[in-house]
Design a protein around this ligand. Structure first.
Ligand SMILES: [Zn+2]
Length: 169
């Protein structure tokens, strides 16, 4: 099958790998074009339901928890009042620490657009909180919501809520 780049119209190189993590099969997809167009995503096979996972990060073990996170997944940390919408993120196999790093990247990017002042100070405080969580000095809650069902947190400590909202079709 030929894939055409939606930006420049050239042929795309598409890498497609079937992998397995703790008994769950999934495909990781990587698309790369010379023009800069890039897609990275993961798709879980089998029965999947729109899900919302809530993981309380309370120990070093929670930081190492494996996560399949698709490009449709949003990241929320209620303690610092942030929700990162999926359009800023790519799908990947990661762990809790990796997800926190993604949040840090987004926060740092926002910060670079701000002038010195109250808002920037607030962002600095948020960034500090995430770093403290990564060092085990602060407890944060990680909420991953994925209407496509292609996200999974591999931990007994994670609560999973099936989303039955009709807006997801
Ligand atoms: Zn292209």
């Amino acid at each position: 099958m030929r894939h055409i780049c939606p930006i420049c119209g050239n042929c795309l190189s598409v890498e497609y790998k079937i992998e397995k993590l703790n008994g769950i099969s999934f495909a990781s997809i990587s698309v790369d074009c010379g023009c800069g167009f890039k897609v990275k995503d993961v798709v879980i096979f089998g029965n999947k339901l729109p899900s919302k996972y809530t993981l309380k990060i309370t120990s070093g073990e929670d930081l190492k928890t494996k996560i399949i996170k698709s490009s449709n997944c949003s990241i929320e940390i209620p303690e610092i009042g942030i929700k990162v919408e999926p359009d800023k993120l790519e799908g990947r196999i990661t762990d809790t620490e990796g997800v926190l790093k993604e949040v840090l990247e987004v926060l740092s990017l926002y910060k670079s657009f701000l002038e010195d002042g109250k808002e920037k100070k607030h962002l600095n405080d948020m960034i500090k909180c995430v770093y403290e969580a990564m060092e085990g000095k602060r407890k944060l809650t990680l909420i991953l919501e994925d209407p496509s069902g292609n996200t999974k947190i591999f931990s007994e400590n994670a609560e999973r809520e099936i989303l039955m909202d009709k807006s997801y079709g």
